[in-house]
Design a protein around this ligand. Structure first.
Ligand code: GLC
Length: 447
């Protein structure tokens, strides 16, 4: 506790209490944004004490579990099969270029050694290991970038006051007992640890601002002390990107824009109603089944083909896909997730050039599929063979303007065979050979 207070005092004295209002990203930050956008595919990991009850990461809230009783799960946190290297290898083979892991979720438990709170995997469990340190090392070895999810919400800390709209049944006292300044100092101390103990951090991914969504948008940075947090992060690691899953338009100081369970521009999940599409790099997070944290009864997995198509549709909007896996309490990744990862990796090995480093395609989504672009190559992602006629003939309208001069060749990325085509004024008519599978990519190489 004493160490924490000293650290907090130290921090408060050195943080420039400069709002990020006139935020100008550093050169390192701009380079990191480019890298991030080129990565296009990351894996989200939701893991914590909640893996043990196996009912998702919101179990404390959905079952109204008292935070003192919940905290006992730390006593049985012993993921005997946890192997950071095995995770990272499988994720890399799946074609993902980065990992975003829950360093601390709404339940308040941290996966990393923290002088700010012993309620963490290294100091507060029989396992006694720093999960993030092991993961950071494995990521370094495999060349995978590491991002940290960090929750603003805490359903167990009594200094989290005023309380928001969630976690009201977890036994935290209702009254003016909290101490927001103290809570903020705690978060700043933990963020400092995350940015100084694990090497380069690709991004900090905040979540929880929606807990106070009864307050107007403009009030949110003040309520949460966002600008102090953002300034601290950018000072400690200028190249670390900041994203915030607040479901609002980005605030100054944020480097990427996050969409939950929807590709940018859609709002099927109901979280993207208030946000437009900014000019920042974009990221869509999505689940493989229906849950983020491990859910022992959730077998409702999307197929590998569906996930590949989702990746293509996300890339076609100029966004990254952050696809979630909820590891089991023993530390292994669910078999269903591993199988899907392997399938995605196989597809990406052949078709990766139509995803990594691409921009949104200039042809809007069509019944047959979507498009991405890289330089003078336009990739057509054929997502639905059933809409093509038996002749395989497909006419696409080319984007107007100088970006689509004469077509030099059209080839299938899988196998490389040429696709017969006829170019007329603003259109190209292709004759696509019969196909099945998730996404058949045709590369149109223009002169
Ligand atoms: C929502 C959920 C949270 C999850 C996040 C991931 O904010 O509340 O549990 O971590 O989405 O996108």
């Amino acid at each position: 506790m004493k160490r924490f207070l000293i650290l907090a005092a130290l921090l408060l004295s050195v943080i420039p209490v400069r709002a990020q209002e006139g935020y100008v990203p550093s050169a390192a930050n701009l380079a990191a944004r480019e890298q991030f956008a080129a990565d296009r595919f990351g894996i989200f990991i939701h893991w914590g004490l909640y893996a043990q009850p196996g009912r998702g990461e919101w179990v404390m809230q959905t079952q109204n579990i008292d935070y003192r009783e919940y905290a006992r799960l730390a006593g049985s946190f012993y993921p005997s099969k946890f192997d950071a290297r095995a995770w990272v290898k499988a994720i890399k083979a799946g074609g993902a270029r980065y990992i975003t892991i829950t360093s601390r979720h709404h339940d308040g438990f941290s996966l990393f050694r923290s002088a700010a709170s012993s309620y963490n995997a290294a100091d507060g469990t029989p396992f006694g290991r720093d999960i993030l340190a092991e993961l950071a090392e494995a990521c370094r070895e495999e060349g995978i970038r590491l991002h940290f999810y960090y929750s603003h919400v805490d359903w167990g800390r009594t200094d989290y006051w005023p309380r928001g709209r969630t976690g009201l049944g977890t036994g935290r006292p209702d009254g003016q007992a909290g101490d927001w300044q103290h809570y903020q100092a705690f978060m700043l101390a933990q963020l400092t640890e995350l940015l100084t103990q694990y090497g380069p951090v690709g991004a900090i991914w905040f979540d929880g601002v929606w807990d106070h969504d009864a307050q107007p948008r403009e009030a949110q940075p003040g309520i949460w002390g966002l600008y102090d947090q953002y300034a601290l992060i950018h000072r400690l690691q200028p190249g670390c990107l900041i994203g915030n899953n607040h479901h609002l338009n980005p605030f100054p100081g944020e480097d990427i824009q996050i969409f939950e369970r929807d590709v940018p521009g859609e709002n099927t999940a109901g979280y993207s109603g208030e946000s437009g599409i900014s000019r920042l790099p974009l990221e869509t997070c999505q689940t493989m089944n229906r849950s983020w944290g491990y859910n022992i009864t959730d077998r409702d997995y999307k197929s590998a083909d569906e996930l590949i198509r989702y990746l293509a549709r996300t890339a076609a909007k100029g966004a990254n896909l952050l696809l979630n896996i909820g590891p089991r309490p023993d530390g292994t990744l669910p078999d269903e997730a591993l199988e899907r990862l392997a399938e995605m990796g196989k597809w990406l090995e052949i078709n990766g050039e139509s995803i990594y480093g691409t921009q949104a395609g200039d042809i809007a989504e069509q019944p047959w599929g979507v498009s991405t672009r890289k330089g003078n190559v336009l990739y057509l992602h054929l997502l639905d063979p059933s809409v093509l006629p038996a002749s395989g003939r497909l006419t696409v309208e080319l984007p107007a303007g100088a970006r689509s001069p004469k077509l030099r060749e059209a080839v299938l990325l899988d196998g490389g065979s040429p696709v017969p085509f006829r170019q007329e004024k603003g259109t190209v008519t292709l004759t696509i050979p019969p196909f099945s599978g998730a996404d058949r990519v045709v590369a149109l190489r223009f002169r």
